[in-house]
Design a protein around this ligand. Sequence first.
Ligand SMILES: NC(=O)c1ccc[n+]([C@@H]2O[C@H](COP(=O)([O-])OP(=O)(O)OC[C@H]3O[C@@H](n4cnc5c(N)ncnc54)[C@H](O)[C@@H]3O)[C@@H](O)[C@H]2O)c1
Ligand SMILES: [Zn+2]
Length: 515
Amino acid sequence: MEVLAVRVALYGPPSAGKTSVGRRLAARLGLAFVDTDALIAARTGLSVPALFERDGEAGFRRIEAEVCRQVAGADRQVVALGGGALLDAGTRLALERSAAVVCLQATCDDLLGRLDGTGSRPLLGGPDPRRDLVRLLEARRSHYESFAARIETSGRSIEESAAATAALVARRTLHVRTSACRQEIVLEYGALEGLDAALGDRGFREPHVLVTDENVASALASRLPAAPARIVIPPGEAQKTLASVERLCGQFAHAGLDRRGTLIVVGGGVVGDLAGFCAATFMRGVRWVNVPTTLLAMVDASVGGKTAVNLPGGKNLVGSFHAPTHVVSDPLTLATLPCDEWRSGLAEVIKHAVIADAALFASLEAAAAFGGLPQLAAAIEVKTRIVESDPFEEGERAVLNFGHTIGHALETASDYRLRHGEAVAIGMVGEARLAERIGLAHAGLADRIASVVGRHHLPTTYGGAANELRALMNVDKKKAGTKLRFALPEAIGRVVHGVDVDDGVLAEALATLSE
Ligand SMILES: NC(=O)c1ccc[n+]([C@@H]2O[C@H](COP(=O)([O-])OP(=O)(O)OC[C@H]3O[C@@H](n4cnc5c(N)ncnc54)[C@H](O)[C@@H]3O)[C@@H](O)[C@H]2O)c1
Ligand SMILES: [Zn+2]
């Protein structure tokens, strides 16, 4: 297994093993090791308890934040962070943009047993360390749980914890291999920074032209590859037009892009769909590389090769199958994604879990956070497998419509105030209810889905009227003949498509979605 070549930051409660596991991990990966407490002591000339004594917790945190931001910029290292260092949102963002942050955890008894009794932990320095620790863990429980990459160190030796951490942050490579398309999908912390070299290694030839949008250009700034021609478009769905295709292709010609060259597309599904369609048609097709920077683009739009722009009469009406042969998914790029965009992508992740991955669903049920490499890989892999079974969307790929038949009607009914992911979230609950009502799924399935949807802060109900939704579904472009056809779950991990549903049953299921 190859491992990443950038940074890992270990976090977690006091005595979780950040220093000891960090040292071992650094040795394993051939990286330097730094401990922020030691850096703070070196900078101030005071031990952590003495600094607490002198400046109070607030004073300590200020210095800790400065030190953390400084280490966030350094290369090839493992950093052990203080147990409260990432309570500050700005520090957390700085670290999550630059390092694979892994939260170590352990049982309360193990944490207590590992305290060295030297009084080096000021927040546990009272007469009853157990009580102090229980209180601290209680207060920070949801904070520690909000990190998607977590390692349990109880019951593991230091060596085993280091090995587990190394496995958690190691690069993964997935493939799509069909007669129509070949994609290599690399999932790796920090991959964007290594993109120039990776493209050279894989024989992507110059000229390179980079397309991105304004938000991504400002969020990722210096991390973008050094293509001589960089085209930055405004953000948003409104860009997916034929006029944009004409403009972009003109810019490609001006930049000297030809059939030997490579288009590098960095951004969400909008930039991917638009620039991907340009790649399909410019000079009858050029190779393109996609760096998806939204969760939705990572788990969905970058896989399978569909590219398209919109017409005034409908979405994605002009398009083609032209896959990026190389996809580079770097989780560090997701740190700047606005919350709403993150949740929108998460709805598609939940959809993938329901369609084909019961283990992924169980992990979403159990965890408050999503986003570790194994989970991302699992969510992407669902799509790669479906694409392989149906490269041209002639059958099986219709299972990906789960939640979308009701979801599209909800988007329209809400006049697009509901985001796509929010509408799909409610749609999945409604369609699961439908599956129960027609006897396809056992009772309780829809509640399980609703509970995961709610746990990840997505809506499960909608304020409007059921009959209005029903009317909108008649004009859904996916209707087949006069009957709507649904992709419905039989169980978690199993979905069937092409299901006809009686009108009355549909009306009942839709009625359950109204608040
Ligand atoms: N081709 C396919 O198979 C496929 C599948 C699903 C969806 N799509 C298409 O994808 C599009 C939606 O994609 P999306 O949800 O990624 O939307 P998007 O591309 O509009 O991105 C969402 C917003 O996040 C910003 N952004 C992107 N990455 C960022 C980052 N790392 N930090 C900060 N801001 C960032 C963007 O500028 C934009 O404002 C739709 O047009 C849809 O039709 C295509
Ligand atoms: Zn969708």
